[in-house]
Design a protein around this ligand. Structure first.
Ligand code: MN
Length: 257
């Protein structure tokens, strides 16, 4: 039986990045699209509890039919697996996000959360994001996402549960120089808010943070790889336990008693 592939995203079911991912994945199996009705960027791993989750079939550009869900990316994955798909997915793909999701951004990203949600069901899952400077070229992103999938499938990487976070460097850099398997940087972003006054004289803020893209990015990280024109692949884990500190904490408490 062909590989059953669930496709979702956080930019909404009509986002061009989702169409690009559909085109990239179409050679690899049967596609099932379940994605948010509206833009859900930076909604992280939230789910909808206090209201109904409206859901309807829609025809997408290119003719495929998918489920449009008035919920979060994680809602889409849960619904796809438990209700909407006729079979269990063998693989979950999320993206292609308009904007990079590396470093601490993975904690805010709905694109990445959808992939982590898949892993909670023990299904191999990949989040794809395209970093952006000035231009967005989803045909370029599609070609590169397709090559990454080919490589992963050819090397049996997707035969077991995993979360892979893939970032494709911005298209202005030219074709990626290659693929780097790297850890997630923990370097902080520069948080900044625009301070404004609305037409009725009320104070409001608009978030305008950005990654500090200096020359001192940590080596062997996702941020460094994409900055230098490589596709980054990072393995993620839903377990946020700090294993090193766990032992340290126990040791301290043992000493205290
Ligand atoms: Mn997004």
């Amino acid at each position: 039986m062909a590989l059953q592939i669930l496709i979702t995203n956080d930019d909404g079911i009509l986002a061009p990045g989702l169409s690009a991912l559909v085109r990239a994945a179409s050679a690899f199996g049967d596609l099932h699209i379940v994605a948010p009705a509206t833009a859900q960027s930076a909604t992280a791993h939230s789910i909808t509890l206090m209201q109904p989750i409206m859901c309807q079939q829609v025809e997408l550009p290119g003719g495929m039919v998918g489920y449009s869900v008035e919920g979060r990316p994680a809602d889409c994955v849960k619904l796809a697996i438990t209700e909407l798909m006729p079979v269990q997915p063998d693989l979950i793909l999320s993206g292609i996000n308009a904007g990079g999701n590396f470093g601490v951004n993975v904690l805010y990203s709905g694109t990445v959360a959808a992939a982590i949600e898949g892993a909670l069901y023990k299904i191999p899952s990949i989040a794809f994001s395209l970093t952006i400077h000035e231009k967005i070229d989803f045909d370029y992103a599609q070609r590169n996402a397709q090559q990454v999938m080919e490589m992963l499938l050819a090397n049996d990487v997707l035969d077991e549960p995993c979360v892979l976070n893939v970032n494709i460097p911005a298209c202005e850099i030219g074709q990626p120089k290659g693929v780097k398997v790297v850890r997630q940087t923990t370097q902080a972003w520069a948080d900044r808010f625009e301070r404004r006054i609305d037409p009725r004289g009320r104070l409001y803020f608009w978030f305008d943070g950005e990654f500090v893209d200096g020359d001192d990015i940590e080596e062997d990280t996702d941020a460094k790889a994409v900055k230098h024109g490589y596709i980054s692949i990072t393995t993620l884990n839903a377990d946020l336990t700090d294993h090193a500190h766990l032992a340290h904490l126990q040791e301290k408490l043992d000493q205290g008693t």
